[in-house]
Design a protein around this ligand. Structure first.
Ligand code: G4P
Length: 291
């Protein structure tokens, strides 16, 4: 499944079909819950979701908080809240934050629940859908909130089938089919950040260029952690490729002739970053002027 997800290619016709399906699903739900990757909360969002959703109440699920910088996750939560979205923070692997989902939704939809109560519609369940770009954790999240293991939510874009609902609790149903959306791939920076996290294929840049870019971003944002892991002590004007070379040198990754094995260095850096072995890093900050 993972390989399939990573290789999703979006074509204009495909995007139109997905958008139409989501617009028709939207009529069935009271709120939209958008999962984003807390490490890259800008790049892991779909550029068209605001227009697709119209004025549906929205929730942001900042996922993978186990891998993200806790201080920056807090900043992001405040930023989304200031935009009238409900926000929860989750680590779907350990279930952290999953229990906040239902109460946060009820707070978001309090007016609707009050209207139901006034009309005597006691027990009418709230219905919500989960959306997000591929690989962000939609399927894992749905399984976690539904308290089920193994069962896989239908997870391919544009797949049509009967609507199914999973029960979160007595008054809350979740559409079993997550809305799979495209990232903002016309922005090359977005593509690079998605490649850093492994959400899209590595071939957006060649491996060494991607790893050099990552070395530079991490060094500028988290120098202490990079220093601690790779014993880096670069010259002030070191370029991104210089940083990658130094990592290889410090690790002793050599090929015959004493040259640095840049391919191995690149693989290791990307792997260690993706496994959060260097530290818990968030590569995007909320736009300061809008805070
Ligand atoms: P999708 O439906 O949005 O495409 O994503 P999916 O749930 O399949 O999740 C993609 C990968 O991300 C899965 O790993 C999943 O376990 C992992 N994941 C989801 N949420 C979190 C989280 O909060 N923290 C961490 N650390 N990982 C998360 P996988 O490698 O495909 O499978 P596996 O390692 O679980 O076997």
């Amino acid at each position: 499944m993972e390989t399939e997800q990573l290789q999703i290619q979006w074509y204009p016709g495909h995007m139109t079909k997905t958008r139409r399906m989501m617009e028709s699903d939207l009529r069935l739900v009271d709120a939209v819950c958008e999962i984003v990757d807390a490490r890259i909360p800008v790049s892991s969002r779909n550029p068209d979701l605001d227009s697709i959703c119209g004025d549906k109440p929205r929730m942001i699920i900042l996922n993978r908080i186990d891998m993200a910088d806790p201080a920056r996750t807090k900043q992001w939560a405040a930023w989304f809240k200031a935009r009238e979205m409900a926000v929860i923070q989750t680590d779907c692997k350990s279930r952290k934050g999953i229990a906040d989902f239902a109460p946060a939704l009820r707070r978001l939809l309090a007016d609707k629940l009050r209207r139901y109560a006034e009309k005597g519609m006691i027990g009418k369940p709230l219905k919500v859908m989960v959306v997000g770009i591929p690989n962000v954790g939609k399927s894992t999240f749905i399984n976690q909130v539904a308290g089920r293991k193994g069962a896989k939510a239908e997870n391919r874009p544009g797949v049509t089938r009967g609507k199914q609902w999973v029960t979160v609790d007595q008054g809350l149903l979740l559409l079993d089919t997550p809305g799979i959306l495209w990232p903002k791939f016309e922005d090359p920076e977005v593509g690079v950040r998605l490649a850093f996290t492994g959400a899209v294929k590595d071939d957006i840049l060649d491996l060494e260029s991607l790893a050099a870019r990552l070395a530079g971003v991490l060094w500028r944002n988290y120098p202490e952690a990079m220093q601690a892991r790779y014993k880096l002590d670069p010259a002030p004007d070191a370029s991104d490729p210089d940083l990658l070379l130094e990592i290889g040198k410090r690790r002793g990754y050599l090929i015959s002739g004493g040259e640095i094995d840049l391919e191995r260095t690149s693989r290791v850096l990307l792997e260690e970053y993706r496994a959060a072995k260097i530290g818990r890093f968030t590569l995007e900050l909320p736009p300061a002027e809008e805070m």
